[in-house]
Design a protein around this ligand. Structure first.
Ligand code: FAD
Length: 455
């Protein structure tokens, strides 16, 4: 008998419960990836993620070939393609990972209905894309946690299943039609500093991280210039690494840094359990606020200046340019640029979230939308009216100004922390080709407070 394994956000061979279940239950397995037209139509297949995905699929195919198999790649409606492959191979089962978005729920329902109508079974596996499954821990009397600390307490007490080894061999039936896996070089418009994708790279990066820099993570994770975070986020987004395996290995590494790192992985599961319970929170304010946000066209010039990194606030501009150049941004940069857009400029968080998703290689519905809501004060943050001052943020998290000088060449000659307030420089200010501040911070703050009082 034959099983199909539908790969989605789990592009790996190590610790892959759907693949393991298929191999245990069937003689032959069809590892399948579908370039889902639904994902492309929703605008998610942006160049940076398409390029990283191409790397991941190439690597997955290579890993399968090294084990005697191959990856089958199709394009189109995911349900139609899975049905077609199942019919071509006379498969009786399809295995896949569970996921949390409204789209993923619909995809699962459609697949189940279509397959069952043909006498085939769909098996959906948890703890493939999260360490703890959404819904596995719930507060008394409600479907999901809205506060992180109690969630984290319960999350930490969960016994994780042991990670699974990669299979030794995979026997794929012959004659199944496949497109060649896409190549990164065929994708245009990608960020010049984009990271490389694929399980092989992800595993190397994880091992290096746990052997080294994780030790300093608790102290240095907010150091913008130090760049002392794991950069594993795209690997987690595409599932080239398994959250279960990462948590096991980080706990084994031990220490304050590894503990702090595991806590961030719990934040990832936290947002996933919120989105699983409240799929509408991808687009609608979680708290049901009625903010009268500014949007296009009213705030067009300010939104453009923010997108392009020329707000006149150096640390904001540095972070926005890092995003464009690398398709990735430091978490502290995400926090302060999001606060600047939503609170200082009082622009709808969805405008900012969409810009992030158009560039982030780790751009992820749960993490992006719910972190944006957190910063905008419409989400689960218990201090929804906090506003991050970009000058203070710069002085605190880029104390020497090295991050600004790295990303804003117009300011590269300004020494030390003075780079955070170019308007205070003497006559040399006139020679800098760098804009004046877009808004007065006190005015921005007053506007936000007035708006929140009205709301
Ligand atoms: P590390 O600091 O090494 O953390 C390890 C892992 O923990 C990350 O890879 C990530 O999977 C998880 N993690 C860390 N911080 C968070 C967090 N606040 N929420 C949820 N999970 C977290 N993360 C994304 O993966 N995709 C996004 O689209 C995304 N959008 C964001 C938008 C905003 C406005 C903000 C404030 C944060 C966003 N984050 C997003 C969360 C966080 O900024 C990134 O996960 C992190 O910067 C990735 O870098 P890293 O892998 O080096 O993180």
């Amino acid at each position: 008998n034959v099983s199909v394994v539908l790969f989605t956000a789990d592009l790996r061979l190590h610790d892959h419960p759907p693949l393991r279940a298929a191999l245990d239950g069937s003689r032959q397995v069809v590892p399948l990836f579908v370039h889902d037209s639904g994902v492309a139509d929703a605008g998610f297949a942006v160049p940076n993620r398409a390029a990283f995905l191409a790397d991941c699929l190439g690597d997955l195919d290579a890993g399968l070939r090294a084990r005697g198999g191959r990856l089958v790649v199709r394009s189109g409606d995911v349900v139609r393609e899975v049905r077609a492959v199942a019919a071509e191979t006379d498969a009786d089962e399809v295995h896949m990972a569970s996921d949390v978005s409204a789209y993923a729920h619909r995809r699962e329902e459609r697949l189940r209905a279509a397959l069952e109508a043909e006498g085939r079974r769909l098996h959906v596996h948890d703890t493939v894309t999260t360490a703890v499954a959404p819904g596995a821990v719930t507060p008394a009397g409600s479907g999901h946690f809205a506060v992180f600390t109690p969630y984290f307490r319960r999350w930490s007490q969960q016994r994780l299943r042991p990670p699974l080894d990669a299979p030794r061999s995979v026997d794929v039936p012959g004659g199944v039609g496949s497109e060649p896996p896409p190549a990164r070089r065929a994708v245009t418009g990608i960020s010049p500093g984009l990271a490389r994708g694929g399980e092989t790279d992800g595993r190397k990066r994880l091992t290096a991280w746990l052997d080294g820099a994780v030790g300093d993570y608790a102290d240095r994770h907010d150091d913008l210039a130090g760049d002392a975070t794991s950069r594993l986020s795209p690997h987690l987004h595409f599932g080239t690494l398994s959250p279960v395996e990462i948590v096991h290995r980080a706990r084994r590494a031990g220490g304050a840094g590894a503990d702090a790192f595991v806590r961030q992985l719990a934040w990832r599961d936290f947002h996933r359990q919120v989105l699983a319970a409240r799929p509408d929170a991808a687009g609608a304010d979680y708290r049901g606020h009625d903010d009268r946000w500014r949007r296009e066209p009213e705030a067009h010039d300010e939104i453009e200046a923010w997108r392009e990194g020329r707000t006149g606030y150096p640390v904001v501009d540095a972070a926005m340019r890092q995003l464009r150049h690398e398709g990735w941004m430091h978490n502290r940069g995400r926090l302060l640029t999001a606060s600047f857009l939503a609170k200082t400029l009082y622009v709808d968080w969805r405008v900012g979230a969409a810009h992030f998703l158009s560039l982030l290689v780790d751009g992820d519905l749960a993490n992006n939308q719910l972190n944006w809501q957190w910063v905008a004060g419409t989400g689960t943050d218990s201090r929804p009216n906090r506003v991050l001052n970009p000058v203070l943020q710069g002085r605190r998290y880029d104390p020497d100004g090295a991050y600004v000088r790295r990303w804003v060449p117009e300011l590269a000659e300004v020494p030390g922390p003075a780079v955070h307030e170019p308007w205070k420089l003497g006559p040399e200010r006139a020679a800098l080709d760098y804009p004046e501040p877009l808004v007065d911070l006190a005015e921005g703050l007053a506007r936000f407070r007035r708006a929140r009082e009205r709301g």
